[in-house]
Write a protein that binds this ligand. Structure first.
Ligand code: NAD
Length: 262
C-alpha cells in the first residue's frame, strides 16, 4: 500500500489539464482529494464521482474562486472538516494572457497575479495550521519555466511565476522544522487547454500561423522538441510527497525538456 494512503489533498485548478492529472494520480495512491476549478457543473460532478468510483477514495469538489481569499479558506476548511486534515496542498490553478505590456489589459494583469500567485498565499496560510497539527505536510506550487526565465508578451505570468518561486522558498524556510516541505515544479510546455488557448493570441501578437507557433515559439524553447506530459508532472508531484523527498524543500524543480538549460 502506498505510504500516502489515507492522506488528504487539495489540488487547486483540477477540473482540467495538469491539476486534473495530479488529482487522479494521487487518488490512485489512495489519497482523499478535494478538486477545485471552474467549468461545467455536470462535467465536474462526473469527474468527481468518477474519481471516487475508479479509485475507491473520497473526492469532494470545492467551487472556490482563486480570486477570493475567503473562498480559498473555505476550501481548506472543507478538506479539514471532511477528511480530518489537509496533508497535501497543490497550488496549481493558473491562467495566462499574451499581449505586449503597453497593450496589456489592466484587469488581465491583476487576475493573473491574483490567481497564479496571491491565491497560493491564501491557501498556504489556511492550510498550514492543519499540517502543523499533524507534524507533516507537503506543499507543491505548480510554477513554470517562466519562474526562471522570461518570454516576451507574458509580463503578468512571468512576474507571478517568479513571485511564486520566492513564496516557495520563503515558506520552506518558515516551516523547515515542522515536518512540512514546500517545493515548486516548473514545467516547460505541457499540452493542456491552457497552452492550446494561447495559440491564437500568440499568432496575432507575432503574426504567425498555428504550426509556426507550435514549432517555432512553443517547442523552439524546448530542446527535446516534445511537450512535457501531464503524467510526468503528476509523477514528480507524487515523488515530492514520498519519504524519499523528505529532505527536499525550498527547491525550484525544472521539468522542461531542457528549456532552462539554455
Ligand atoms: P488549464 O487551463 O488546463 O487548467 C487550469 C485550471 O485552473 C482549470 O481547472 C481552471 O478551471 C482553473 N482555474 C482558472 N481560473 C480559476 C479561478 N479563478 N479559480 C479557480 N480555478 C481556476 O491549465 P494547465 O495547463 O493545466 O495549467 C495548470 C498550471 O500549470 C497553471 O498554474 C499553469 O501556469 C502551469 N503551467 C502550465 C504549463 C503548460 O504548458 N500547460 C506550463 C508551465 C506551467
Amino acid at each position: 500500500m502506498s505510504s500516502l494512503h489515507g492522506k488528504a489533498a487539495i489540488v487547486t485548478g483540477s477540473t482540467s489539464g495538469i491539476g486534473l492529472g495530479i488529482a487522479r494520480r494521487f487518488a490512485a495512491e489512495g489519497v482523499d482529494v478535494v478538486i477545485n476549478g471552474l467549468g461545467d457543473a455536470a462535467a465536474i460532478e462526473a469527474e468527481r464521482a468518477g474519481i471516487e468510483a475508479e479509485f475507491g477514495v473520497r473526492c469532494l469538489y470545492s467551487s472556490a474562486n482563486m480570486l477570493s481569499g475567503a473562498e480559498i479558506a473555505d476550501m481548506v476548511k472543507l478538506a479539514v472538516d471532511s477528511f480530518g486534515g489537509c496533508d497535501i496542498l497543490i497550488n496549481n490553478a493558473g491562467i495566462q494572457h499574451v499581449a505586449p505590456i503597453d497593450e496589456f489589459p489592466d484587469e488581465k494583469w491583476e487576475a493573473i497575479v491574483r490567481i497564479n500567485l496571491v491565491a497560493a498565499f491564501h491557501s498556504v496560510k489556511a492550510a498550514l495550521p492543519a499540517m502543523k497539527a499533524r507534524g507533516w505536510g507537503r506543499i507543491i506550487n505548480i510554477a513554470s519555466a517562466h519562474a526562471l526565465v522570461a518570454s516576451p508578451y507574458k509580463s503578468a505570468y512571468v512576474a507571478a511565476k517568479h513571485g511564486i518561486a520566492g513564496l516557495t522558498k520563503t515558506v520552506a524556510l518558515e516551516v523547515a522544522t515542522a515536518g512540512i516541505t514546500v517545493n515548486a515544479i516548473c514545467p516547460g510546455y505541457v499540452w493542456t487547454p491552457l497552452v492550446e488557448a494561447q495559440i491564437p493570441d500568440t499568432m496575432a501578437a507575432r503574426g504567425l500561423t498555428k504550426e509556426q507557433v507550435i514549432n517555432d515559439v512553443l517547442l523552439e524553447a524546448q530542446p527535446t522538441k516534445q511537450f512535457v506530459t501531464v503524467d510526468q508532472v503528476a509523477g514528480l508531484a507524487l515523488f515530492l510527497c514520498g519519504d524519499d523527498a523528505a529532505s527536499m524543500t525550498g527547491a525550484i524543480l525544472s521539468i522542461d525538456g531542457g528549456w532552462t538549460a539554455h
